[in-house]
Design a protein around this ligand. Structure first.
Ligand code: FMN
Length: 409
């Protein structure tokens, strides 16, 4: 049902597993999926356009300079036509081309021009897969937002054993079905999310403030990832240099008090993700004018507690979001402290990171986090780009929301 009338563009690369693309096409066609295909020049060495066209009942595209489709620019129209693009097998060579943004033939040009989700299904010899160059490309492509299925461990066509074997057509089919099931449900349920990010500033006088080094990058990426999953997302951001993204509603605030006001205004939502590094305290007194250097030292600054936004969201009776996610930046006993925070605040998930390492967390493009749920289960995500980590977090949140939703209905 969920696959009926979906439009999938399949790019068939030049690997020994190319014949398995035909099995996948058959499975998808049985479920009334519309399929168009591109065969790369090497792909054509492994399967013929005739077999592919017979199964898809559509023309197989091969050439970027195709004299028979002058009316349309294929590399744009094919990408816009598709609901999803799948590349199988994704060869080592193809990964290299994508990682450097090549647009040298129809397949690579379509992918570069695409605004759709792209699933890559790698298949290659274990040494090719484990080669540093391929692993480097793998990381780059994950960061660019390509979604990988596999590879698996197993015996290969060349007789060797290890990681690099292509996922089976059944596994790929299941992934695609889950992908659309989730998409359909998100559209039907019209989920809404709010994400807080960045630092807050607490002013002492008109020009001086107490703040922290948060860049807002992680929250910004989480908001983008939720948006990409089809969830209407509002980002409430403290002062940052992030460039607004056209599809994302952003509300800029300065102080913790303003952030709290904006959060309250944004309710009700299904998901709240509190990544902002909100100042715990603010000066009780803000001088109307710039404080003068009249004395050799300032005697004292008195502080009072700021509102606790995470606690407010978790404990509110009326509009509590179905999933509240807290972030916990620690410099020691990271997991232990995060578990305490999760319990004390009553959040559903907590994302803990160690900010003592200058190359990770605050102001860095990289992060390394552990996601902890109420049962104490810890999912650790090793060091990676914040965009990659954000996609993982967004998917975990959505899965949890869908499970909760199922158990309620
Ligand atoms: C018999 C044969 C099997 C091959 N199998 C694979 C493979 O499974 N994975 C891979 O990455 N390359 C494989 N190659 C090498 C690719 O065909 C070659 O790198 C090609 O340029 C990839 O084309 P593409 O970028 O269009 O996918 C194979 C080559 C031959 C001759």
């Amino acid at each position: 049902m969920s696959l009926k009338n979906k439009k999938i563009l399949i790019v068939i690369g030049g690997g020994i597993s190319a014949y398995k693309a035909l099995d996948l096409i058959r499975l998808l066609k049985k479920n009334n999926v519309n399929i168009k295909t591109i065969l790369t020049k090497s792909g054509k060495e492994f399967v013929t356009p005739l077999s592919v066209t017979t199964l898809t009942k559509n023309k197989t595209f091969e050439d970027i300079f195709d004299k028979n489709s002058e009316a349309e620019i294929d590399h744009i129209s094919l990408s816009r036509w598709a609901d999803l693009i799948v590349v199988l097998p994704t060869t080592a060579n193809f990964m290299t081309k994508l990682s450097i943004g090549k647009a040298e033939d129809l397949a690579t040009t379509v992918l570069l021009a695409s605004d759709k989700d792209i699933l890559l299904v790698p298949a290659m010899n274990v040494r090719m897969w484990l080669h540093k160059a391929t692993q480097n490309n793998f990381r780059i492509l994950q960061d660019y937002g390509y979604i990988f299925i596999g590879p698996e461990k197993g015996e290969m066509a060349c007789g060797e054993y290890g990681e690099g074997k292509m996922s089976s057509p059944r596994q790929i089919y299941s992934y695609i079905k889950d992908y659309f099931d989730k998409k359909n449900l998100v559209i039907k349920k019209k989920f809404k999310a709010l994400v807080t990010t960045g630092p807050t500033r607490e002013y002492l006088d008109p020009v001086r403030y107490i703040s922290n080094e948060s860049s807002g990058k992680q929250g910004y990426e989480v908001a983008l990832a939720l948006r990409k999953l089809g969830i209407e997302t509002k980002l409430i951001s403290g002062p940052s240099n992030l460039i607004p993204f056209k599809d994302l509603k952003i509300k800029n605030i300065v102080s913790a008090k303003e952030m709290m006001c904006e959060v309250k205004k944004s309710l009700p939502v299904d998901i709240a993700v509190c990544t902002a590094a909100v100042s715990d305290f603010k000066p009780i007194y803000k001088s109307k004018n710039k404080i003068k250097k009249t004395d050799n030292r300032m005697n004292s600054i008195k502080f009072e507690k700021n509102p606790d936004i995470l606690e407010f969201l978790c404990k509110s009776n009326k509009d509590r979001p179905k999933i509240v996610v807290g972030f916990c930046a620690e410099t020691e006993k990271v997991i232990q402290n995060a578990k305490v925070k999760l319990r004390e605040k009553y959040c559903d998930l907590i994302v803990a990171n160690n900010v003592s390492n200058k190359n990770l967390g605050f102001n860095s493009d990289f992060n390394k986090v552990s996601i902890i749920d109420q049962t104490g289960k810890v999912i650790s995500i090793p060091k990676n780009k914040k965009s990659y980590i954000a996609n993982k977090i967004a998917n975990i949140i959505l899965d949890k929301l869908l499970i909760n939703d199922k158990s309620i209905n």
